[in-house]
Design a protein around this ligand. Structure first.
Ligand code: UDP
Length: 329
């Protein structure tokens, strides 16, 4: 199939592009390289462009005529979204509308959307299924929920079909260490812990130790990025086969606390980096764990890497490689 991938030079997008390429798909990546990298695009053609530029987008879609669009390009940091909400509504909502416009204009009907567990806010259930009401508690989550509403409305009014995949905490890297997370200002827990182990930071802060969880720190469902990439491929197959829109959670169904992740990171790296207890970070719900029954039963998805130490090990090998690469002139 021909697939246009926005944000395909970024962390999750580049792993999905790799999986699509390995499965013989024809790909164009549309990315402004604001946080992505050209070297991360292992398959297909890279078109450097901004989603704000509707006419560029239109030209690319018109020339390529993709069977489906996968949309990863977005701003993704919860804390930043609280400080700079406008950036999040512009990049995540307004730019997605541009993309949907360009698709509509060219009669492109199939859409895979990167949504997030942040749409749930503070869920009233321990295991979150897709029927749990959406009450986002930060602008990032709100921006993802808004686009889900938009997609539902467009799908009811036209023949657009979509799968929205609600990602829980994506981590790890390509087990062959070719690609991985490479943001300059990484804020996610596992990356931050590993960069602290490497000496890039003097200490790792644990944001909040008074949450209503067994050890007082937040619990998250960490999913390996390659398992998430496989979920995209299966979701696309499902969409093309059934022509039915749907929403599916992507996670393993069990979580780890911040303290457990820190302990695993120390074990994998063999480095006893400094950790401090710090106040809560704005916008963090205490616990987010996926009920991913729907993804499994509807697409046949089965995780390959449901193992926190494996996730951290692949991320660590990638961090070591990245550091080496940045040292080279
Ligand atoms: N966290 C932390 N220290 C850090 C980064 C994150 O304690 O340096 C915590 C954060 O408060 C949250 C959990 O780790 O409870 C996961 O945060 P992350 O940013 O990785 O993902 P999010 O759940 O916000 O998408």
């Amino acid at each position: 199939m021909k697939i246009l991938v926005t944000g395909g030079a970024g962390y999750i997008g580049s792993h999905v592009v790799n999986t699509l390429g390995e499965n013989g798909h024809d790909i164009i990546v549309f990315d402004n390289l604001s946080t992505g990298h050209d070297w991360a695009v292992l398959y297909g053609k890279l078109e450097v462009g901004n989603l704000e530029d509707g006419s560029h987008l239109n030209d690319v879609i018109n020339a390529f005529r993709p069977d489906a669009v996968m949309h990863f390009a977005a701003s993704i940091q919860v804390e930043e979204s609280v400080r700079e909400p406008l950036k999040y509504y512009r990049n995540n909502v307004a730019n997605t509308l541009n993309l949907l416009d360009a698709m509509d204009h060219n009669g492109i009907r199939n859409f895979i959307y990167s949504s997030s567990a942040a749409v749930y806010g503070i869920p009233d259930k321990l295991l979150v299924d897709e029927a749990v009401p959406l009450h986002p508690i930060n602008p990032y989550g709100a921006s993802k929920a808004m686009v889900e509403t938009v997609l539902g409305d467009i799908a009811r009014a036209s023949d657009l079909r979509y799968i929205a995949l609600r990602y829980f905490n994506v981590a790890g890297a390509d087990p062959k260490t070719r690609i991985g997370q490479a943001y300059l200002d990484a804020t996610h827990l596992i990356t931050r812990a590993l960069k602290t182990a490497q000496g890039d930071f003097t200490k790792l802060s644990i944001f909040g130790t008074d949450y209503p969880t067994p050890d007082g720190t937040c619990i998250r469902d960490y999913i390996h990025v390659v398992d998430l990439a496989n979920a995209h491929l299966l979701a696309l197959d499902y969409l093309m086969e059934t022509k039915k829109s749907d929403i599916m959670n992507c996670g393993y169904g069990h979580g780890f606390s911040v303290r457990e992740v820190v302990a695993a990171a120390k074990k994998v790296t063999g480095i006893n980096f400094t950790v401090e207890e710090a106040p809560r970070r704005a916008g963090d719900p205490p616990q987010l764990v996926a009920d991913s029954t729907k993804l499994r039963s509807m697409t046949g998805w089965q995780p390959l890497y449901d193992d926190l130490e494996f996730i951290i090990r692949t991320a660590w090998e990638w961090e070591l490689k990245l550091k080496q690469r940045r040292r080279q002139p």
